[in-house]
Ligand binder design. Sequence first.
Ligand code: NAG
Length: 334
Amino acid sequence: MDILNKNSNISEFILLGLSSSREIQICFFVTLILVYAAIIVGNLLIVVSVMFDHHLHSPMYFLLANLSFFDLCLSSVATPKVISDFLRKRKTISLWGCMVQMFFMHFFGGGEMSLLIAMAIDRYVAICKPLHYKTIMTHRMLTVFLLLSWAVGLIHTTSQMAFTVGLPFCGPNVVDSIFCDLPLVIKLACTDTYVLELLVIADSGLLSLVCFILLLISYTIMLVTLWHHSFSASSKALSTLTAHITVVTLFFGPANFIYGFPFNSYSVDKFLSVFYSIITPFLNPIIYTLRNQEMKAAMKRLRSQHIVKHRRVTKAVVFLFINNTQSKQFKKQY
Ligand SMILES: *[C@@H]1O[C@H](CO)[C@@H](O)[C@H](O)[C@H]1NC(C)=O
């Protein structure tokens, strides 16, 4: 708190949002509520299915469930405030709130990035070293991957925010987006931010670009490997791979664009930031479940289990009720 207010004479930022038209804002409000609800339900469904269905207890699905967990966190950093902001005329956020938003955005974003790489390694071993899969992708390896993802997220965000938190802000304080985005906020500081800008370009832009290129190369190698095998045997693997490639492109595409050229302020940036913070978490469950027979089967089992439980409870209630009325009648009669 103190560091923030010491050298800044403004206490809040004003967010411009996506549009100034009232009708369009209400339209965004309704759409975003529905999308956010779908994000929560879809990703929770994946986490619950993987946790409770032993058919899905394999490294690939554990990683997928953890990705869904990251998606839940990432979309919850800014979306609830963004939604309620659509109904406000003056959208403000405190200096502190802004810093917290950026911290967690990059924390979960960096974590998700590392997890996508772990998922690629998992598929690479499965396709290119199938005989060693069981010995390489052990439970310990999975735990290492998960811990690394959280650590990368933490180091990534701390390395940038450590220098951002102390920046002096003395106006203007208008952020042309729906939530605080690192390049936009750094530009508002009333000091020379050249070194910090370079740091952000290297830390966010270059990192995501390098990861993206490495991922594309490794997925290409996997596709070529599959192509050399007989096609019928590998069509399941192929559909898994295309799902992964779609998600990787959806996540890294906008991130590369925003952080590759962060200080040029294109007006499309705010729409792109909607993309990786809301659209990708929304699409992930759809992409992974619609094309995946095992996932669909697991969800069916989950539903039928639920119905069986529901029936049992109903039966028990009816039984108690009947017993109760019978004993009352019994008492009445005698
Ligand atoms: C993440 O993966 C681990 C396996 O290492 C698993 O035990 C855990 O349930 C997963 N987390 C979630 C939220 O599904």
